[in-house]
Ligand binder design. Structure first.
Ligand SMILES: [Ca+2]
Length: 265
């Protein structure tokens, strides 16, 4: 009897030792569960539109949790992709202005981390940006991306309002506009700024960024400048993806720098 107990204890001991060894060398079930995120941007929840003015703050708070252990929380604020004419502000659609991106990351090693980041938006921004947040756990599982739409308003920089481009109202464009090669494209619209305008310019750039057409006008003193009658003369032989850049300064030197893509066929 004593001998049988001793054998039994030995077996249990061995099983315990093997189990402990397997645990220690990572043979426990693999971590396949990605972290979960709760994110708030300027007091808003995901898929609620965040509205903010240029020059104001953008605050992102992330509550990340993982069943085992976190590794990193990642944040990216980037200009929204897609048709730039889809952005509508209080006065109808507006083209985005400014080239701003913000990325940040924070390390984390426990099961939970609350991570908060903030930035002041540059004063030359206007349009739609996206906030994207994700987290990775120690096993490399990446959470679902949490996405916010941030619409940045701006009453200080000049505002381009195109009412007609090649006989179309760009507000209703659902894809990149197509212009015929070698054509003359009529633009109608206004540039406005309550501080008074400075130089207004329109330039067309090929896929390599080379300027292939330009137009400029000194609008000093005007608060509203009519773009009526501007004709974009497409150079013969120019086809493919191009970009129209629209730039205006106001009386205080603030710049609106906006652009939209065009396809020439
Ligand atoms: Ca996990």
């Amino acid at each position: 009897m004593r001998r049988r107990m001793a054998t039994w204890n030995g077996v249990l001991g061995w099983l315990g030792l093997v189990g402990w060894f397997a645990w220690g060398t990572g043979c426990r079930p693999e971590d396949t569960q990605p972290p979960e995120l709760a994110v708030v941007v300027n007091g808003r929840l995901p898929w609620e539109r965040v509205e903010v003015l240029a020059g104001e703050g953008l605050q992102v708070t992330v509550d990340a949790r993982d069943d085992r252990a976190l590794n990193e929380i990642r944040l990216a604020v980037v200009p929204a992709e897609g048709n730039p004419f889809e952005f509508t502000g209080p006065n109808g659609w507006v083209l985005p202005s400014g080239d701003w991106e913000w990325t940040a990351s924070g390390g984390a090693d426990g099961k939970q981390r609350v991570w908060s980041q903030s930035r002041t938006l540059p004063s030359d921004l206007r349009g739609r940006w996206w906030v994207r947040v994700e987290a990775e756990d120690a096993a490399g599982n990446v959470s679902e991306q949490v996405l916010f739409q941030v619409d940045i308003g701006n009453d200080s920089i000049p505002n381009f309002q195109f009412t007609s481009i090649h006989q179309e109202d760009p507000q209703y464009w659902t894809s990149v506009p197509v212009w015929p090669a070698g054509a003359a494209i009529a633009l109608e619209g206004t540039v406005e700024d309550t501080d008074g305008l400075g130089l207004v310019s329109l330039t067309l750039h090929d896929a390599g960024g080379v300027m292939v057409w330009s137009w400029a006008q000194d609008a000093s003193g005007a608060t509203v400048f009519q773009l009526g009658g501007v004709m974009v003369e497409l150079p013969a032989g120019l086809i493919g993806d191009v970009e129209m850049r629209c730039r205006a300064t106001d009386g205080t030197g603030r710049i609106c720098d906006t652009r939209f893509p065009v396809r020439i066929e």
